[in-house]
Design a protein around this ligand. Structure first.
Ligand SMILES: NC(=O)c1ccc[n+]([C@@H]2O[C@H](COP(=O)([O-])OP(=O)(O)OC[C@H]3O[C@@H](n4cnc5c(N)ncnc54)[C@H](OP(=O)(O)O)[C@@H]3O)[C@@H](O)[C@H]2O)c1
Length: 253
């Protein structure tokens, strides 16, 4: 089991590890959605290793609490259902009021994959779009003014290779990720002049609860692989902006 999935022990070293570029995130505050498990959890652990102060978002309070204990004192947990307009408004207000977010990682996502579009319940379609597209928009809207004021910031939206092609029996998921890409590319152009970098990371199959479904899990990407890419992006020197990374397992699962 990779470190990011082991919830029972203290995982972090006593001192922050060096990033791939040798940088540290000490003094930075990072919001990570989807932090209760999978890719978001792995990213939260990696950013904590780099010294960031973390705000952990997901619905599962117990899992967030376990991660908080694994990380130590640097994390605050912010349980939130990202499909709930009222809950996300409270979260956005909290973020806006603090005005201290340097890094936003939108990793929360759902698939509802498995049936043709014409059989998809409308409520499932709405939940996919709310989680995968509307929530990143609302959180970006909450953090960007503070980033502009400080003249720096980094936003990473976890998309998917399904955001670049068709996905039979996953049309709403693919549509949400195509749209998330467009949102990200466009915001990136709006914000470059403010020294705010907005990137897409688009993985193929990753070995998480989401990625289950008859594939060979030993051949999949691991959540830590995605976390390493996110760490590489956000520790680039200020003049360097990697706008998009597409990730594939070496062997097809
Ligand atoms: N795994 C893959 O093969 C794969 C491939 C490409 C892209 N991705 C993308 O990677 C991201 C993370 O996926 P994963 O593989 O880590 O999936 P996962 O293991 O199922 O984790 C999904 C995360 O999203 C959170 N979440 C879901 N609905 C939420 C809601 N309404 N409010 C708040 N949080 C919510 C979950 O937390 P709670 O349940 O605690 O709320 C959980 O932390 C997603 O955007 C996914 O589309 C995954």
């Amino acid at each position: 089991m990779p470190d990011s999935q082991n919830q029972s022990q203290k995982i972090l070293p006593a001192s922050a590890a060096a990033s791939p570029t040798g940088s540290s995130l000490a003094g930075s505050t990072a919001i990570v959605t989807g932090a209760s498990r999978g890719i978001g959890r792995a990213i939260a652990l990696r950013l904590a290793q780099l010294g960031a102060r973390l705000l952990l978002v997901a619905r599962d309070r117990a899992a967030l609490t376990a991660l908080h204990q694994a990380i130590g004192t640097v994390a605050e947990i912010l349980p939130c259902d990202l499909t709930s307009a009222s809950e996300i408004a409270v979260l956005a207000s909290r973020i806006e009021a603090a005005g201290d977010c340097d890094i936003l990682i939108n990793a929360a996502g759902i698939g509802k994959i498995g049936a043709p579009l014409h059989q998809m319940p409308v409520e499932d379609y709405d939940a996919v779009l709310a989680t995968n597209l509307r929530a990143p928009f609302l959180l970006m809207r909450a953090v960007i003014p503070g980033m502009i004021a400080r003249g720096t910031g980094y936003i990473v939206n976890i998309s998917s290779l399904a955001g670049q092609g068709p996905l039979a029996n996953g049309a709403a998921y693919a549509a949400s990720k195509w749209a998330l890409n467009g949102l990200t590319y466009s915001a990136a152009e709006e914000l470059r002049a403010h020294n705010i970098r907005v990137s897409v990371v688009a993985p193929g199959s990753v070995n998480t609860e989401f990625g289950r479904g008859g594939k060979d899990r030993s051949k999949m990407l691991q959540a830590d692989d995605v976390a390493n890419v996110v760490a590489m992006l956000i520790t680039q020197p200020p003049q360097s902006f990697i706008s998009e990374v597409r990730m594939r397992p070496t062997q097809k699962p």
